[in-house]
Design a protein around this ligand. Structure first.
Ligand SMILES: Nc1ncnc2c1ncn2[C@@H]1O[C@H](COP(=O)(O)OP(=O)(O)OP(=O)(O)O)[C@@H](O)[C@H]1O
Length: 675
């Protein structure tokens, strides 16, 4: 394969081609406006013609959604690419579909099957594409519009291919980052596109070094799947799981920019709402609670609640008395138990079968079928209720956990052969709480309560879940997500080297097992788009000490700078960084953050809150995962390492947040691998 120099046209364009492209832009914008006006008109008419209130509301919601989808943001290019086919057809590719009054497409949605060639065609396999064109756009000033300024052609039919040498890709990657994450739809790379367009049925697990575009791939895959399977996924839903709220805030603009407004975004913690978290616990206890063995302990503890009937029941029904013998009742309970339904469903099944036995007696005596009200009444009569409370008692997740934590014998039975006596002791509450609400519930208990809730009843599953920073999930958290995925598929994104929780994954196959998808495809991403090579070389020196088998990251970026300085003057470093274009992130051990904020303020600088939109942000090291800044100042690496057991992993995360420059400030000796 031979790569040739591109034919790049810069503004002002000497040829009429750029003018023709600008004319196409004007036509496309006008067509989009007309589409929006038609939708608005339908919206008004729909209001008058829709039959019942429900239909009207549904229709209204869909139309309002459609109008929003058709909105034209002048700051966002309407198209970014163009394919000229060997057969002379021409297709512009953009963020959404635009067609003219007779339905002729003016811009193809990037997710349409045809658009795939824009990302995948190569000189070796042109896929009938003669020329691939990428457009350059000027940055939009605040509140203003972007302008079409240039284009770059690859004559695939003549063996020309730029790959990552594209000037427009380079400009996009090097564009200063301010504010939330942007979509990468104009420059998705072939290896990323393969993942974005993976089938809905496919669970994929992406192991990628920092900045290889994992988050970007996950978000674009969500947008792609919603486009392709709109009706199905609108019903079941798509969810994005991120490590914390700051991260979710950072990525929140990407899907709306791609026209997708109905995707749920949450942290794992936000999904677990079965008890109020009010206490902290030591790492050993928390780690044990996050261990996969805990699932077996809870399963045993719950099913140990079931006991066999110890006598017959007799039910008075007007002038009749029905009787069910102990042996028959035992068979009912044993049978339902063998069927292994969710526990709460099992209880109802026992109830229904006992009522069925009463019904048969009644029918035999009375000669006709009793009405539904009779069946409901029989389900609640005292002997039946007492039988259920004895044999298959109702239980809440909180009650089950509290009983385990306070009753050493019950715990020992459930944990027999699984937990050592010392481990069991870790779970024990020294004194019983006054009430379940005031019990010292911890975050790990919330995960366990969710496991129990999942044994009681199966939650409805999402059609697709994208899990970012998945390396940090514990086996029990992974199970909580598996439960919410039902028959759906997963996109699992992470980097074993960035695992910072005590239970962080060391092997993706194990994690996929906990996520209920042991056969998921594990795919590496290796090209880094964020971190400059010099910075990555420094961070890679930590890898051998991180005890994970991952290939070192490789950067596309030859620009950028690295400075390691023996100084504590963060204000001077920040002031200097602010003279350059782009965002500045100061990353420090959590405990050092207040003093750094004070020092910056004392120097007349104004750091903004993590979710704010200022140019200078001070970020606690524990919250920086997934984020990026043009200029990063990492303060005192030794303190970041010392703050937690997996401090070196945390430092690896901190060092890989820089897009353009990294400044490491220290007065203490640097951690060993960096010396
Ligand atoms: N194909 C691409 N074109 C342009 N920019 C890209 C491309 N792929 C990734 N990027 C950019 O590279 C940066 C890193 O991407 P992203 O945050 O998705 O990486 P990541 O693998 O999730 O990183 P980390 O593991 O550090 O969280 C982002 O600014 C993203 O927009």
């Amino acid at each position: 394969m031979t790569a040739h120099a591109p034919t790049t046209h810069e503004t002002p364009a000497p040829t009429g081609e750029l003018a023709a492209e600008r004319a196409h832009l004007v036509t496309s914008r006008a067509a989009l406006k007309a589409m929006r006006e038609r939708a608005e008109q339908l919206f008004t008419v729909g209001d008058q013609v829709a039959g019942d209130a429900y239909t009207a509301e549904q229709l209204g919601r869909q139309m309002a959604q459609r109008i929003k989808e058709l909105s034209d943001d002048p700051a966002v290019p309407l198209f970014f690419g163009k394919l000229t086919m060997a057969a002379e057809e021409r297709w512009h590719i953009g963020r959404r579909h635009v067609s003219d009054a007779v339905g002729e497409p003016l811009v193809l949605d990037w997710r349409a099957p045809m658009s795939r060639r824009f990302y995948q065609a190569s000189a070796r396999d042109p896929q009938e594409v003669a020329v691939r064109r990428r457009f350059g756009w000027s940055p939009a000033p605040a509140g203003g519009s972007t302008a079409l300024t240039s284009f770059e052609d690859e004559h695939l039919d003549h063996g020309q291919e730029l790959g990552t040498g594209s000037a427009i890709l380079t400009a996009e990657i090097e564009r200063p980052r301010v504010g939330p994450m942007r979509d990468i739809v104009a420059t998705i790379q072939p290896e990323q596109d393969e993942l974005v367009r993976a089938d809905l049925e496919d669970t994929i697990c992406v192991q990628g070094a920092p900045g290889t575009g994992k988050t970007a791939v996950g978000l674009h895959r969500a947008a792609y799947l919603v486009y392709l399977h709109r009706e199905r996924l609108r019903r079941s839903g798509v969810m994005i799981i991120g490590p914390n709220r700051s991260f979710l805030h950072y990525i929140s603009a990407v899907l709306p920019a791609l026209g997708e407004l109905e995707v749920t975004q949450a942290t794992v913690g936000e999904l677990l709402d079965h008890l109020p978290v009010r206490a902290e616990e030591d790492v050993a206890a928390a780690t044990l609670k996050h261990d996969a063995r805990m699932a077996q302990v809870l399963h045993r503890a719950l099913w140990a609640r079931i006991s066999r009937p110890t006598g017959p029941i007799t039910v008075s029904d007007g002038s009749y008395r029905w009787r069910v013998d102990e042996g028959v009742l035992r068979r009912v309970v044993d049978e339902v138990r063998r069927e292994q339904p969710p526990y709460a469903l099992g209880r109802e099944r026992v109830r229904a079968r006992v009522v069925g036995l009463l019904q048969r007696q009644s029918e035999a005596r009375r000669g006709d079928s009793p009405p539904d009200a009779w069946l409901r009444k029989m389900g609640k009569v005292k002997p039946v209720a007492e039988l259920l409370d004895h044999c298959w008692p109702a239980i809440t997740p909180q009650q089950l956990l509290a009983d385990l934590y306070t009753d050493a014998e019950a715990l020992s039975r459930a944990a027999d052969g699984l937990f050592s006596p010392e481990e069991q002791e870790l779970l024990h509450w020294a004194k019983p709480p006054r009430s379940l609400r005031s019990a010292p519930w911890t975050a790990a208990d919330a995960v366990l309560a969710d496991e129990v809730a999942g044994l009681l009843d199966r939650p409805a599953g999402f059609g697709h879940i994208v899990i970012d920073e998945a390396q940090d999930l514990s086996p029990m958290q992974a199970r909580a997500l598996a439960r919410r995925s039902g028959h759906g598929s997963l996109t699992v994104l992470g980097d074993l080297a960035q695992g910072t929780t005590p239970w962080a994954a060391r092997d993706w196959r194990d994690m996929l097992g906990h996520l209920g998808r042991p056969d998921g495809r594990i795919v590496p991403l290796s090209t880094g788009f964020r971190v400059p090579a010099a910075v990555l070389t420094l961070a890679n020196r930590l890898l051998p000490a991180l005890d994970v088998a991952v290939p070192p990251a490789r950067s596309l970026r030859r620009d950028g700078s690295l400075e390691v300085t023996e100084s504590a003057d963060v204000a001077a470093a920040a002031r200097n960084a602010l003279t350059r274009e782009g965002s500045v992130g100061v990353i420090a051990a959590d405990a050092a953050v207040p003093a750094i904020v004070d020092a910056l303020r004392a120097a007349g600088l104004e750091p903004s809150a993590l979710d704010g939109d200022g140019r200078l942000t001070v970020v606690p090291a524990t919250l920086v995962k997934g984020l990026e800044y043009d200029h990063v100042i990492v303060c005192e690496p030794a303190a970041i390492v010392a703050a937690e057991p997996r401090g070196l992993h945390r430092l690896y995360v901190a060092l890989t947040r820089a897009v353009t420059s990294l400044i490491v400030l220290h007065t203490e000796p640097l951690p060993e691998p960096l010396r």
